[in-house]
Design a protein around this ligand. Structure first.
Ligand SMILES: *[C@@H]1O[C@H](CO)[C@@H](O)[C@H](O)[C@H]1NC(C)=O
Ligand SMILES: *[C@@H]1O[C@H](CO)[C@@H](O)[C@H](O)[C@H]1NC(C)=O
Ligand SMILES: *[C@@H]1O[C@H](CO)[C@@H](O)[C@H](O)[C@H]1NC(C)=O
Length: 288
């Protein structure tokens, strides 16, 4: 299941970077890039020998990505950064198919707690310097479960809150579509132009995401965990890659889905993994 998904999401970025740099990529290396994706993401259990071989110098990876995106910081970072982004587990309003937005009334379900535990186990081998989480209940509870047993700080950040959707929050999707057809259709089909109470929630989310990146990237440490919500996650990924609010629906992340973005010291981003979910279906433990 996760296999097919990851093939489609991971390969294009890796292949694109080889295409941009033909000078340094002999033909045979292209094949090896693909092998890196398969082995680093999908092998359920690696022996120690396999782990040793599963590294960049053995598999044709680790090309520099300088200039791949526009810097989010415009100043030199203390170090390169690896940011792991996780969407909260199943919430009560996910389950009831209600619009959540920034409401704090939707809480993590028992299934959501189990999903958060799966995420914790899947990332048990990664040593994070700290965790940033949205302070909104469903993400906060997920982060608390995921961060159990860690001593480093768990910090709640307002810039990781979900988009504010005003009177739509709490409504069932079917009711919102029936009662506010214009707003609902724009939200689904033209998110950059979606307005509610005179504001543009998705355009605002782009500003919030840029603020979140500035805070995350200026924090000490190289390896950071971020737990938050689907729309702000889309905004974080799109802003890192230089995509506009019109592209809001070009990425999607399921409950418990893990994405990884790396930044070089210039604050330029490269998407490593999107919506990894193998751990939701088996005992997969990630090494990256
Ligand atoms: C990766 O593989 C190369 C080639 O075998 C080896 O020299 C290097 O030590 C390995 N690195 C890690 C981190 O295992
Ligand atoms: C949401 O509610 C939880 C309690 O369920 C509380 O700990 C948290 O601070 C609240 N967050 C916000 C943003 O109000
Ligand atoms: C995210 O992963 C789930 C599988 O758990 C899949 O159903 C969904 O389509 C994926 N989303 C994207 C955008 O790949």
């Amino acid at each position: 299941m996760g296999f097919a998904v990851l093939v489609t999401t991971t390969l294009p970025f890796t292949s694109a970077s080889t295409i941009e740099r033909p000078r340094s990529v002999p033909h045979s290396a292209k094949t090896r890039v693909e092998i890196r994706c398969l082995s680093s993401n999908f092998d359920v259990s690696l022996s120690n020998d396999e782990k040793l071989e599963n590294n960049a110098s053995m598999t044709g990876g680790a090309y520099d990505f300088k200039g791949a995106t526009t810097s989010l910081t415009y100043e030199l970072l203390s170090s390169s950064k690896k940011i792991t982004l996780v969407r909260h587990g199943l919430s009560s309003w996910n389950d009831e198919s209600r619009i959540q937005g920034s409401s704090n009334l939707s809480i993590l379900t028992d299934t959501g707690v189990q999903q958060a535990e799966k995420c914790r186990k899947a990332l048990a081998d990664i040593s994070f310097d700290q965790c940033f989480s949205s302070p909104i209940s469903r993400a906060k509870s997920t982060a608390e479960v995921m961060w159990q047993g860690r001593e480093e700080p768990l910090v709640y950040m307002d810039s990781l809150k979900e988009a504010h959707l005003f009177f739509l929050e709490g409504m069932k999707n079917v009711d919102a579509r029936r009662i506010y057809p214009n707003e609902y259709t724009t939200w689904r089909e033209d998110p950059a132009r979606f307005t509610v109470n005179g504001i543009y929630p998705i355009r605002n989310l782009w500003l919030t995401a840029k603020e979140a990146w500035r805070e995350i990237l200026s924090a000490p440490g190289e390896n950071i965990l971020v737990v938050t919500h689907k729309s702000i996650l889309r905004a974080l990924i799109c802003t890192a890659l230089g995509l506009a609010p019109e592209r809001f629906r070009s990425v999607d992340i399921n409950n418990g889905g893990i994405s990884v973005i790396v930044f070089n010291k210039q604050g330029e981003a490269m998407l490593r993994s999107l919506n990894m979910t193998a751990h939701m279906y088996n005992d997969h433990v990630y090494h990256y």
